[in-house]
Design a protein around this ligand. Structure first.
Ligand SMILES: [Zn+2]
Length: 345
């Protein structure tokens, strides 16, 4: 059984692959841009989620839970994908409008500070596999505590929403940076106003519906398989994997993960076109077809654990002199210079 993450022996792949695709298909640049329709989707999904919460306030608790599992989880997950789109500034032209749209999309998640999450998600792109910077990686303590047994792994997945919200707490430097970010504070105030307002105006069970939807949307649910799809190692030398199964239709193509890491400036609606444009780059990689199978495999298979991730460095990416040792080459795409591993914005 492994007692640590796998140390990479290859270069971070996304920059090199993006460059190869740009050379072979220069018109890939036209996929980079914004999708303002995502704003309409955010408003629609927030209204659906609040309407369902109000309706379920006066239904039996088990109806509320079933609705949260079979409907609310998908609605909330869709909103989290939109938070991700806003993190990469893929919705509207102005950065501040993307931040505000992300805050709106994150409101029904009650416990999630979408600005804080967006901040550390962009660091995940810039420093994939750098242990001190990439909070998409579980901590070593987390991996050791969860271990290989079924019950701890099931509990870890069931409460993954809490783990997701608290990952940056493992770094004092990250915590200090978040505390200085006034948008994080504004988002916190909005969440503190929104959650109790749902309880007061719609009722406690309505609030319970939103919370249950959040926990199912990233936890013990087919959608939770996404966490084992994205970066859990299943083959040697490949540390990012896509999912091309049917749930992409209700998950706004979030399964196209290699495509997203290669070109983070391409909005969700154009990711399948990107795959079709460069099949020689994507269809030759290992990919997944079932999130549900990944959930069962992680929980039931005694060989699966949180150490199945690739790391490239244990050191912080920035040294005390402030020089940036971020991996990934700098190339031009989308009409401007940008580091491929980072968001295009
Ligand atoms: Zn991303």
């Amino acid at each position: 059984m492994p007692t640590d993450f796998t140390h990479a022996t290859t270069r971070e792949p996304h920059g090199d692959r993006a460059q190869a695709i740009l050379r072979a298909h220069p018109d890939v640049r036209r996929y980079v841009g914004k999708n303002p329709a995502s704003l309409i989707i955010v408003v629609g999904l927030v209204l659906v989620q609040l309407s369902l919460a109000a309706w379920l306030q006066h239904r039996p608790w088990w109806v509320m839970l079933l609705c949260a599992y079979f409907v609310g989880a998908f609605v909330n997950h869709g909103l989290l994908v939109m938070v991700h789109e806003c993190a990469h500034h893929l919705v509207l032209r102005r950065r501040v409008l993307n931040t505000l749209t992300g805050m709106l999309a994150g409101l029904p998640s009650i416990l999630l500070n979408s600005v804080a999450w967006s901040t550390y998600h962009l660091r995940h792109h810039a420093y994939q596999g750098v242990y001190a910077e990439d909070f998409d990686l579980p901590s070593r303590r987390e991996a050791r505590l969860v271990g290989h047994a079924r019950i701890p792994k099931g509990l870890w997945l069931a409460f993954f929403a809490l783990i997701l919200a608290t990952r940056p707490l493992r770094s004092r430097r990250e915590l200090a940076a978040l505390a200085r970010n006034r948008w994080v504070l504004l988002n916190l105030l909005a969440q503190l106003a929104f959650g109790p307002s749902v309880g007061i105006f719609l009722g406690g069970q309505a609030m319970g519906y939103l919370l249950a939807s959040l926990f199912f949307s990233v936890g013990f649910h087919p959608l939770g398989g996404r966490w084992f799809q994205e970066h859990y190692l299943v083959t040697e030398g490949q540390d990012t994997y896509s999912y091309y199964g049917p749930l992409n239709r209700v998950a706004f193509n979030v399964g196209y993960h290699n495509e997203h890491h290669d070109f983070p400036g391409v909005p969700w609606s154009r990711l399948p076109r990107l795959r079709r444009l460069a099949p020689e780059s994507y269809d030759t990689l290992v990919w997944h077809s079932s999130w549900t199978a990944l959930v069962f495999r992680f929980v039931l298979d005694g060989h699966q654990d949180l150490y199945r991730r690739m790391i490239r460095s244990d050191e912080p990416a920035c040294d005390p002199s402030g020089s940036d040792r971020s991996p990934g080459p700098t190339i031009a795409y989308g009409g401007r210079e940008s580091r491929v591993g980072r968001s295009s914005e």
